[in-house]
Design a protein around this ligand. Structure first.
Ligand code: TXA
Ligand code: MG
Length: 317
């Protein structure tokens, strides 16, 4: 057995005692808490510096556990059947007598549910036996962590609320889950991810809406313009680096620059998604004046990559 799995009971105990545990998922690392304990959920908001109007995702083992918390309508059931465990978060109405902390819904009546596809996350969910609320394990507004070391560096010195960091290796997907709101007649993608609009449409045999204008909508505040942002300015669709800039490239025949990192030399969008946040972290170094990013094709998971890059480049308040 993986030695990591021997510390799962300890992590479950930490959650039961109200502490936070950083855990790996296939998308990014999460900052986990007992989703039924309002004080633990409050600790997530405090430690992350997260605005209280931004609701949290509850991670569950499977669709049966989801039904305790949310009203799983036909659309939600079909998506869960096809994509869980996996990088899809489904927003549904809270069930009546839902035992989850109210604050998870940030004043609303819905709940975001996801069954993660990672053996460590699954083992912890199994051992803990309840939902685990977990936003990405970064301070609010910053780049999500895709390794345990990145998560650790976000919270240093480590606040006493965080009992443990479970190291499950680098995340396979590297970009946060697709969020789809299933509470409406027509499902709406609130955040693009590796499960694309086309995949969801094929699963449901119908077309759906993607929200593009975020300023009018604070339904999913993860859609706030500036988000996933490094400290340095980020310049998109660059053809080359300006003096002092570091360059993030995609594909072959990249121009020369003082400092270059490639998201994928072969032009593979999955590899680019996997490398995105780690690359932004590496280049976010005061030795450079900014980060220039070459164009990424707006197709498939490229849509999610460009979404995160636009937010990284958005002007901060
Ligand atoms: O891949 C992921 O989703 C990762 C891993 C840890 O599972 N988690 C993650 O959580 O990215 P977070 O908190 O960084 O992003 C959650 C997103 C936010 O955009 C939030 O606004 C949205 O989900 N969200 C959560 N609950 C919602 C709800 N009830 N209605 C609409 N959007 C919701
Ligand atoms: Mg996040």
């Amino acid at each position: 057995m993986d030695p990591l799995l021997t510390i799962i009971p300890q992590a479950a105990q930490a959650l039961r005692s109200g502490k936070l545990v950083i855990l790996p998922t296939e998308t990014v690392y999460g900052l986990g808490a007992d989703a039924e304990n309002a004080q633990s959920v409050a600790a997530i908001y405090r430690v992350k510096g997260r605005p209280s109007n931004n609701p949290l995702i509850v991670h569950i083992k499977d669709i049966d556990s989801a039904a305790r918390y949310g009203h799983i309508n036909q659309t939600a059931k079909r998506l869960a059947d096809i994509f869980w465990p996996g990088p899809l978060t489904i927003v549904v109405k809270r069930s009546s007598n839902c035992p989850l902390a109210e604050t998870l819904s940030a004043g609303g009546t819905t709940i975001a549910l996801r069954s993660p596809n990672h053996p460590v996350a699954q083992a912890l969910l199994e051992e803990f036996g309840k939902g685990i609320a977990a936003p990405s394990a970064n301070r609010s507004g910053r780049v999500s962590p895709t390794t345990a070391a990145h998560a650790e560096s976000e919270f240093s010195p480590r606040p006493r609320e965080i009992a443990m960091i479970l190291d499950g290796g680098p995340c396979r997907v590297g970009i946060e889950s697709t969020v789809v709101d299933c509470t409406q007649e027509t499902p709406v993608i609130l955040r693009p991810g590796s499960i694309t609009k086309e995949m969801i449409e094929a699963a449901l045999c119908r077309s759906l809406t993607t929200i593009t204008n975020t300023s009018s909508l604070l339904k999913s505040p993860g859609m706030l313009e500036s988000h996933y942002a490094p400290s340095l300015p980020v310049r998109l669709n660059a053809k080359e680096a300006m003096p002092g800039e570091a360059l993030l490239t995609f594909g072959k025949n990249a121009p020369k620059a003082e400092k270059i990192l490639s998201l994928s030399e072969s032009g593979d969008l999955n590899e680019a998604a996997n490398q995105l946040f780690a690359s932004l972290r590496t280049l976010d170094n005061p030795a450079y004046s900014g980060i220039a990013v070459m164009p990424i094709p707006e197709a498939g998971i490229g849509i999610a990559i460009n979404d995160r890059l636009r937010r990284a480049a958005a002007k901060k308040d």
